[in-house]
Design a binder for this molecule. Sequence first.
Ligand SMILES: [Zn+2]
Length: 426
Amino acid sequence: MTDLLSEPNLNSALNAEYLAARRQAFTCIDELVDTTVKTLLRWSSINSGTRNLDGLNAMARELEQQFTPISDQFNALPLPDVEALTDGGEVIQNRHGKMLSFKKRADAPLQVLLLGHMDTVFEQTHAFQQPVWLDNNTLNGPGVADMKGGLLVIYLALKAFELHPLSPKLGWHVAINPDEETGSLASRFLIAEFAQKAHLGLVYEPALADGTLAGDRKGSGNFSLRVRGKSAHAGREFHLGKNAIAALCEIFYRLQQLNSEENSGITLNLGRVSGGGAVNIVPDTAVGHFNVRCENIDQQGFIQSQINKIIDDINSRQGFDVQLFGGFNREPKVANTKTLKLRQWLSEIGSELDIPVNFKPTGGCCDGNNLNAAGLANIDTLGVRGGNIHTDQEFILIDSLAERAKLSFLLLEKFAVNYEEYLKLS
Ligand SMILES: [Zn+2]
């Protein structure tokens, strides 16, 4: 047994017992697909927009029922409120759902963190609320790919892995947050804490429809600006007014200039503005929201200093007060030795299953960025194959549920066999 475990090559390490375990696991996954699809249909019809606390609670109950039978330990952890700026310039506290944590074998030599989110971008007021079959293999519905389908891939893979004779070698922690779609602002501290206690991370964001996974990722920050000036009647005392909209326009114009060739790799998107009222009044408040993406930490530092400089300029003028809210919440994800090892293993497993495994860099962010920032190597698109996420055309390719569950099962098996080699990597 010991010899087999220290053998780095899974194929030569596989004895009849492991092959039988694989067969049993794959049968288990295949047999569970029908039930899993029914569960997905039910979950998709539960609205769990990040701000819908009742919907998130309903999803949390579903997830508790799904995962507790295979876990040793379950916790629903409250998350802090997070400050936000409304379009009217008011500072509010956003409330959040709970973070769910399911653990198995917390004392096993290798600890794997499997991360998912239960929230979707579709709020209760959105028209898109129910799943619809487009054909035998394509289901259109809120969250079917991003990532309620992915949560079910986690379940299937773990359910099968628990049948494996090597399961005692590996402990797992399934963590499911309720605020990923708004940047994990409330759950990021717990994510970082969980990352410290794990050796590697698996995140279940959807892969592209053709199975391509995300490689390196840009970092991201959401910012809001509130400009206060002074109102005055546009006819009688225009000269006494301090126009907040004009000041915001100037700030936004200068921010837009940061999108330039010399700042290649950085994007700054001016996303939304509001302010003012009657046109015969000089407006005293204007609010602007923008998003910044960077390839590396140095760029983040550079952009932050440019933003501060522009704001300081306006603040130095009499009668204006500009306040900045938000900031960078996701660091760029750049692969290290361990990440590359994980990608290599996944590619090897893909070849065994005849599933092409390719990685492509992306400007999009997810909790894989957060895990990476906390020092935890991870692969973050292990969920289902699908597409058009964040739109009412979102779809999942149903055959990918079993396919991706098998991929994850074999990955867990690979970890259980090779964990000593992995732990030695720096
Ligand atoms: Zn997602």
